[in-house]
Each structure stands twice: as C-alpha cells, then as structure tokens.
Write a new protein. Structure first.
Length: 359
C-alpha cells in the first residue's frame, strides 16, 4: 500500500483532574478511493500525579496516494505476470463497451484479471468508452434508454465483483446526455459502495458540467496526446511537464476540484513522426530499440524521423508534481512498461516511497 502522512491541526485539551484520564482518540483512516473516513477508536490512558494543563495531541491521518493503471484487454489475454500489481492501488480494465442493444461485451481474461488484482488487494474498475468513437452511446445514453443501460452496467459491477466503474467517454461521444448519465450512474452505484471515476481531457473540459464532476469519486486527467499521428505536420512532444502543470491548474483552479480528487495521467508510450516504426511505440520497445533512451524524452533514429515520449526523469518529475498538486497518478497503459530498473512504474513507486515531494 502506498501511503503518505499528513499532520492534522493539533488539538489542545485542558484538564484539571488529578485522576488518571482515559481519552478516546478518533483516528481516521482516509481512503481517497471512497472519499469518506472510516473511524476507529484507540484508547490512550494518561496517568499523572499533577495537574495536566495543556495536552497537545497530534493526529496523523493517512491518505492514500493513488496509482491507477489501465490494462487493455481484447480477444487474447495478455501475460498478467508482467503486471506489477504490488505497485498499484487501482486497476482499470479497458474497455468494456456495449453492443447496439446495450449489452456489455467482456474481453478474454476479464474475470481472471479481476481475480489476480483482488488477490493483491488492488481495487478493480471496468472502464467504458475509450478514444475511438462508439456509434451506440448517443442512443444508449438518451432519455429513452439511459436507465436500462445504467442497470446493465451496475449489474456488471455486481456480478463480477468490481469495485466500481470508470467512464472514459471521449470526444464526440460527450453530448447533452453525458451529465444525466453520470448523475444516474452515481445514484445507482453509491448505495452499493461502488466507485465512479472518469478519465478526462483538458482541451474539451468545458463539456463536462459541474453537476457531472461532483459525482465522481476522483478523476484522472489525460495529460498527453497534445499532438500525434493525426497531426503529421506538427511533430513534437505530446506530454510535457509544462502541460501537466497547466492541466492540474485547470482542474483545481478553474474547475474547483480538490487536489485529492485528481490523478495526473502519465503516458507509457511515444509517438513517431517520419520514422519507419509506425505511428507509435511503447516505452518498452523504445528503450529496447534505442539503448540509453530511458533517460531521454526523444530519440532520432538513424533511418530518419523522431520519436517523442516520457523517459524516466520526466516520469519521476511528474510524479513529484502529482505528490504536491494532485492525489495520484494514472498510467496509460501498464503493458507498455519495461521491466527491471528501467521500469517507469518502479520509478513512480520509488518517488512515492521517498515520503515527500521534492521542492
């Protein structure tokens, strides 16, 4: 479990009683996964032969810094042994989308991945949507079909023992029905103690209403894809540190979301411009193909072109930024990571374990 400590305001207690005193302290264990506290009482007996004038009691609350990782599933289950579950707090399975009738289509390995994550005490959410346009959402989220679709999603969470649902509906799939869908989904999930989260982008953040935002337990900001293959004439970095700062300012300052409810999205992939390597490459393949590239954010292959990504130093810097200005980080996606001392996920864990953000 990845934990950071925060010192709450000191409580001053005054007593003039000579007798031994038993004080029940409410020590609250904060889990930002649920955004409510679970109280447990700890009895402390203070004995003295003199008058206690001032007693300063420091209560330490432990707030979980989230490490959310996406794992895409399809027709063939990946090798789950490659996933470092112990370095995560939450796992989002992508993507669980509906057919034309609103029935969710489960990928191969869905239940096995849930089981393995739960064995490692990781919360598991099914993520709906994704970057590709889905032709069915407009109709399924409409007034006529919304409640039935919500019912199927909630039943999915119950039947497969999920800890919640993640909404990654993007681009043209965000319409006037997004808000009532989120509100209705929250109404259905909260009574059964299921999480509701979202992956959101800043560039179209104005499409997400305040009424919808307040229903999410937390959001993950997709602070990447500033450019890419869809902009072949605009090669360059797609996920800079400056953009991460800008995104966090938008959601905290402009949209008034508390820091603890925000996760900073980190890319485990790069985009290729004018290379022979296709449109994108995983971080794992980049550092394998170009030795030493783990310490950089850009490589220029001898065969031409350029590849932009986030190497170890940038991922570490962004994690420090999230420790100061957010409540966690989010990763797209875990299967693109390297192993060993060049692992980005291991680097994230290392920064968190340092205990405090760097200035």
């Amino acid at each position: 479990m990845l934990i950071r400590a925060k010192l709450l305001p000191l409580i001053t207690w005054i007593s003039t009683d000579f007798k031994p005193i038993t004080i029940n302290l409410a020590l609250r264990n904060y889990s930002t996964s649920f955004f409510n506290s679970c109280k447990m009482l700890k009895s402390i007996t203070l004995k003295g032969s003199y008058i206690v004038t001032y007693l300063l009691i420091s209560i330490i609350a432990f707030s979980q810094f989230r490490v959310v990782g996406y794992v895409p599933l399809g027709r063939v289950a990946p090798d789950f042994s490659k996933i470092s579950f112990q370095r995560l707090t939450h796992l989002n399975i992508a993507f669980i989308n509906p057919d034309s009738a609103g029935n969710v289509i489960l990928p191969v390995g869905f239940d096995l991945l849930i089981q393995k994550a739960h064995e490692n005490k990781i919360k598991v959410l099914a993520s709906i949507g994704g970057g590709s346009f889905n032709p069915y959402y407009a109709r399924l989220l409409s007034d006529t079909n919304r409640n039935a679709f919500i019912g199927k999603l909630v039943q999915l969470a119950i039947d497969h023992k999920l800890d919640g649902l993640d909404v990654d509906i993007e681009n043209d799939n965000i319409d006037k029905n997004y808000e009532p869908f989120i509100v209705g989904l929250a109404v259905a999930l909260k009574p059964i103690n299921k999480l509701l989260t979202a992956a959101l982008a800043t560039w179209n953040g104005q499409l997400i209403t305040d009424a919808a935002l307040e229903k999410f337990d937390f959001i993950n900001v997709m602070s990447y894809d500033q450019t890419g293959p869809w902009k072949p004439n605009q090669p360059g970095p797609h996920s800079t540190y400056a953009k991460a700062e800008e995104d966090l300012r938008y959601w905290t300052n402009t949209r008034s979301i508390s820091k603890d409810r925000i996760g900073l999205g980190l890319p485990f992939y790069g985009y290729c411009f004018g290379t022979k390597y296709g449109e994108s490459m995983s971080y794992k393949n980049i550092i394998t193909t170009f030795p030493g590239s783990d310490q950089k954010d850009m490589v220029a292959p001898d065969s031409g072109g350029v590849i932009h990504y986030n190497g170890l130093p940038t991922i570490q810097s962004k994690t420090n930024l999230a420790l100061k200005n957010a409540g966690g980080v989010m990763i797209w996606q875990l299967l693109q990571d390297a192993e060993g001392d060049k692992s980005l996920l291991a680097a994230i864990e290392g920064v968190i374990k340092e205990g405090s953000p760097k200035k």
